[in-house]
Write a protein that binds this ligand. Structure first.
Ligand code: PGA
Length: 256
């Protein structure tokens, strides 16, 4: 009932030319995969070329951006607006990634503005939440994600919330090789579903897709996708390798 979503976050990697090769290689390797939504999130500078390839070659891959600003246009040097993303046929946008929270001052308030703006422009936000190692050790994981969700999704209607995607990405597992065990990931994701159920409505909690992210590889994807509450993954490092990401995508198909 919830279509698995396998998303690659390429972060600050790949020139436009390299990005085109990667998406073409990936498309070849996942030919015939059904009932899984596959999304790649290249840097802004590669969106245009990838969008063109997806359209011309009719690839079954959707395009996502890694961030956006909430205003439509104006004097905001260096920023990219939702209108600009729509113009390039972007469907998804990652919002509140921990690297943006950590290095670029993203807060739950700015996440909320971006989420609202994305939904207003028919972009699907992938809203990232997750705790630091210290927070986990202090057993504050649930409180931290509750606060991030309450703030990030403040003021939304239930029908808007069921359209968006949440990615649970424990910060200690990102790019470290230390994946959360499937059970730990599923526990937090189940808790996130419960939060959505009480902050919005139980049917929304049932329908919303919640991903896991943090050192996902072809080796651990099987067990992660076996968990009942994990609807897909947000993959960093392993998504830069077409063969690895294709193997990950194929496990989404098993789950569908
Ligand atoms: P990783 O990154 O797969 O390299 O750990 C995940 C992410 O940051 O989205």
């Amino acid at each position: 009932m919830r279509t698995p979503l396998m998303a690659g976050n390429w972060k600050m990697n790949k020139t436009a030319g390299q990005a085109v090769h990667l998406v073409q290689d990936l498309a070849e390797l996942i030919k015939g995969v059904k009932d899984v939504e596959v999304v790649v999130c290249p840097p802004f500078t590669a969106l245009k070329s990838i969008s063109t390839v997806i359209e011309l070659d009719r690839l079954a891959i959707k395009l996502g951006a890694q961030d956006m600003y909430w205003e439509e246009k104006g004097a905001f040097t260096g920023e990219i607006s939702p209108i600009m993303l729509k113009d390039l046929r972007v469907d998804y946008v990652i919002v509140g990634h921990s690297e943006r929270r950590q290095y670029f001052g993203e807060t739950d308030e700015t996440v909320n503005k971006k989420v609202r703006s994305a939904l207003d422009h028919e972009l699907i936000p992938i809203v990232c939440v997750g705790e630091t190692l210290e927070e986990r050790e202090r057993e504050e994981t649930n409180i931290v994600v509750e606060k991030q969700i309450a703030g990030g999704l403040a003021g939304l209607d239930p029908f808007e919330v069921e359209k968006l995607v949440i990615a649970y990405e424990p910060i200690w597992a990102i790019g470290t090789g230390a994946t959360a065990t499937p059970e730990v990931a599923n526990d937090v994701i189940r808790h996130i579903r419960a939060i959505i159920g009480s902050q919005f409505t139980p049917p929304v909690a049932k329908r919303i897709r919640i991903l896991y992210g943090g050192s996902v590889t072809p080796e651990n994807i099987d067990d992660l996708m076996d968990e009942p509450d994990i609807d897909g993954v947000l993959v960093g490092g392993a998504s830069l390798d077409a063969e690895k990401f294709a193997r990950i995508v194929r496990f989404g198909e098993h789950q569908a």
